[in-house]
Design a protein around this ligand. Structure first.
Ligand SMILES: [Zn+2]
Length: 296
């Protein structure tokens, strides 16, 4: 099954890679920032000057009637490093933080390009993970099920080392229960989400999200990570994932399929400095090597 999907994914890459250029993974033909429609790339065009080591490519594939476009940026000088997943194209601070991340720690950035919108043609990319009809059955916000190609494509872009899955998001201020408009806040706990405020933690909307199949009280790894993040003044939200309430988000897929530890660095829109600081705390926790100290 996976072999078939993988081959289909490869075929899709060969057919759809933009401008007929070779893939970035070949290490040769990188696109120029001006050749892409991606507003995030254009805004940061100066960072792609020759000698930067950043290689820009674009991948497209089709599934369930949707032609997905992914922007991929590799740090070719330090290819070993985290893969930064950016699923929501309207979250600009997350994009800036990921660019900071690949320049400072190496690795690559994988961003869904959907014209600066959260959804792509009515589908939230972060509700589109799941390879089988059975697994995706409870997912109300997945319009056409399942999406094995989308799911495998995303996973195949990640290097297995370091052994964690990292995604970055931005959210709106506060939450609906305290006059705000956001859905994510450490002040908001439910049967699924548990807010864990750091003693000297910052804004309620800035936190590292962890996820697991056990309640927080039984998850030793999550408790260990939380203790470290709290020491560094970083709030934590723990998501308790269960197959019967799968929402086809990336966190649920990663946890239910035991891919690797999952981290989502969440910050309020505009809190770029806070998001970068939380990334540094997470990288330190994983003892990731700093490749370039000059990156701001
Ligand atoms: Zn998001």
């Amino acid at each position: 099954m996976f072999d078939l999907v993988k081959r289909a994914a490869l075929a899709a890459i060969l057919i759809w890679t933009s401008h007929g250029a070779a893939m970035a993974q070949s290490g040769e033909d990188c696109l120029s920032p001006a050749s892409l429609r991606d507003g995030d790339v254009r805004r940061n065009a100066a960072l792609f000057a020759s000698g930067s080591g950043l290689c820009l490519s674009e991948l497209q594939f089709e599934e369930n009637g949707l032609t997905w476009t992914l922007t991929v940026i590799d740090n070719t000088r330090h290819s070993k490093g985290p893969t930064f997943y950016l699923l929501h194209d309207n979250e600009d601070s997350a994009f800036e933080t990921a660019l900071y991340g690949i320049r400072k720690y190496g690795g690559k950035l994988v961003a869904v390009e959907s014209g600066n919108n959260r959804e792509f043609n009515g589908q939230d990319p972060n509700r589109n993970f799941g390879a089988t009809a059975k697994a995706t059955a409870p997912c109300r916000d997945m319009r056409r099920k399942p999406a094995p190609l989308f799911t495998q494509f995303m996973l195949d872009l990640r290097d297995a080392s370091p052994n964690f899955v990292l995604t970055l998001h931005n959210n709106a201020n506060g939450h609906s229960g305290n006059g705000g408009s956001g859905g994510i806040s450490i002040e908001r706990s439910s049967s699924v989400m548990k807010g864990l405020k750091a003693p000297s933690g910052g804004d309620e909307d800035d936190a590292i999200l962890l996820a697991g199949t056990q309640p927080y009280e039984q998850d030793k790894q999550a408790q260990k990570a939380t203790a470290q993040f709290h020491k560094a003044g970083v709030n934590v939200i723990y998501e308790h994932v269960l197959p019967e309430r799968n929402d086809c988000s990336f966190s649920n897929y990663v946890v239910l399929n035991r891919i690797a530890p999952y981290y989502n660095i969440e910050a309020q829109h505009g809190h770029t400095a806070q998001q970068k600081a939380m990334l540094d705390v997470l990288m330190k926790f994983h003892r990731m090597k700093v490749r370039d100290r000059a990156v701001k």
